[in-house]
Design a protein around this ligand. Structure first.
Ligand code: UD1
Length: 415
């Protein structure tokens, strides 16, 4: 099995341009299916989830060229509506193709993504919403078949602001007849970016980035080029590594207004944090202040994807911190691996109590999911000795080259 090795104790210093955002590019790749022609995306991260999405899109008929972070998608001919089971297993977010394929072909078939290590991850909100737009969905417990002679606009009030469901509705609504209104829509930056992309493609959308999004369907679409913004979670992970290892880093290529809650958490931890619109700097003397309570919430709250990396930082805190995970129930499991490195973490229900230690120690640990793997690298960067992170393919799903990036900042890390 692949493992990431980190020799801890080297402060991180210097400047780095952050890769493009995974959670932005995936729904935009799905959106490219809507237009019978070419879409060109730049600053695309060369990560496993992108390769997996390419594989699926090629399977349905999209022709793709991907070189040096530039992705050209030609969806002139989209023939198949079936998303292969093995791809759904590899990448749960393939579910977002349901709305796009329904919109483009009037039919789509996929499988239940099933539970995963971060939680059960149902898709009921996706399916209910598409049904409200006229889709007929047959579901035999494993395969899901959706068809819609004609998708129509609808007023859809989400009982939870699901990111994926909001994306699916948006993609279907662009092709539907009439107006769709999404109430209690997710407000994550990735939704704003998807709306900006769709608007550039010709779609008529109002309310991007707010809780109420209004889409008037069936506008003529056109060829679009779009630059994927920097990844706010990758940026947050590298700032966390600098907080844990000590040092002084400057990260560029990001849009810092999307990172307010994360930058604020690092500042409250006692790090010196400053930023302008497109870069963030963090300086840490490794004297981490504990945080009395950090709760993960939908945007603009503290993001669940940064919860594990923050836990790794707080493991070095000067006192007891409490983290509450409200989005994915399995995400506190990272604490079990951090304990192997000497961290003092107690998990009860949706809360973790982290009693900070002056030192953690290198150990053999295992990445249970993408962000937990990254969090272990964060903890290892500050630990004494060498950590080996066994990774059955999680970290590369979202980090183009965590080893190269942290080495550029002076870390000792390699696959
Ligand atoms: C996306 C992100 C993920 C991030 C998450 C929350 C991508 C590819 N992934 O995941 O990195 O952590 O947003 O910001 O963009 N839920 C239901 N029924 C549904 C859908 C969701 O109950 O039909 C629940 C989920 O189980 C979870 C919560 O809603 O508890 C949030 O899920 P959602 O916002 O949909 O996250 P994803 O789109 O899966």
């Amino acid at each position: 099995m692949d493992s990431l090795k980190v020799q801890g104790g080297y402060p991180l210093r210097g400047e780095l341009k952050v890769q493009g955002s995974k959670n932005t590019v995936l729904p935009i790749m799905a959106a490219a299916v809507l237009y019978k022609g070419v879409t060109v995306l730049t600053n695309v991260p060369m990560i496993q989830d992108v390769y997996c999405m390419i594989h699926i899109l090629e399977a349905v008929g999209v022709r793709i060229i991907f070189t040096d972070h530039c992705l050209a998608l030609d969806a002139s001919e989209v023939r198949a509506a079936e998303i292969p089971l093995e791809d759904v297993k590899k990448m749960r977010s393939s579910i977002m193709l349901l709305g796009a394929l329904l919109g483009r072909l009037g039919e789509a078939a996929t499988s239940y993504p099933g539970g995963c290590s971060i939680g059960s991850r149902p898709i009921d909100i996706h399916l209910e919403s598409l049904r409200a737009m006229g889709a007929e969905i047959r579901d035999d417990g494993s395969r899901i078949r959706a068809c819609a002679g004609k998708l129509h606009g609808a007023r859809i009030a989400l009982r939870f602001p699901s990111v994926g469901a909001t994306e699916n509705i948006l993609l279907a609504a662009v092709m539907a007849e009439g107006v769709t209104v999404i109430e209690n829509a997710a407000r994550e930056p990735e939704i704003t970016e998807l709306c900006l992309f769709l608007q550039k493609m010709g779609a008529r959308i109002a309310g991007a980035g707010t809780g109420t999004i209004r889409i008037r369907g069936q506008s003529p679409l056109r060829e679009t080029g779009y630059q994927i913004p920097g990844d706010r979670i990758v940026a947050g992970t590298y700032l966390a590594a600098a907080a844990a290892a000590g040092g002084d880093v400057r990260l560029t290529g990001i849009y810092t207004p999307y990172m307010t809650a994360v930058l604020d958490a690092f500042r409250r931890c006692g790090c010196q944090v400053s930023w302008d619109r497109e870069a963030a700097c963090l300086r840490s003397e490794r004297r981490i202040q504990p945080l009395s309570l950090v709760s993960t919430r939908p945007y603009p709250g503290f993001p669940t994807d940064m919860q594990s990396p923050l836990m790794a930082v707080l493991a070095y805190g000067d006192g007891v911190s409490v983290i509450e995970e409200n989005i994915f129930e399995g995400r506190l499991d990272c604490g079990i691996q951090l304990r192997r490195m000497g961290a003092d973490i107690r998990v009860e229900g949706s809360r973790a109590w982290i009693s900070g230690k002056k030192e953690l120690y290198g150990a053999c640990v295992e990445a249970g999911d993408l962000r937990a793997g990254a969090a272990l690298a964060v903890a290892a960067a500050g630990a004494q000795g060498m950590t080996s992170i066994a990774d059955p393919g999680h970290i590369r799903r979202g980090y183009e080259a965590i080893d190269r990036d942290l080495r550029m900042l002076g870390g000792k890390i390699w696959w």
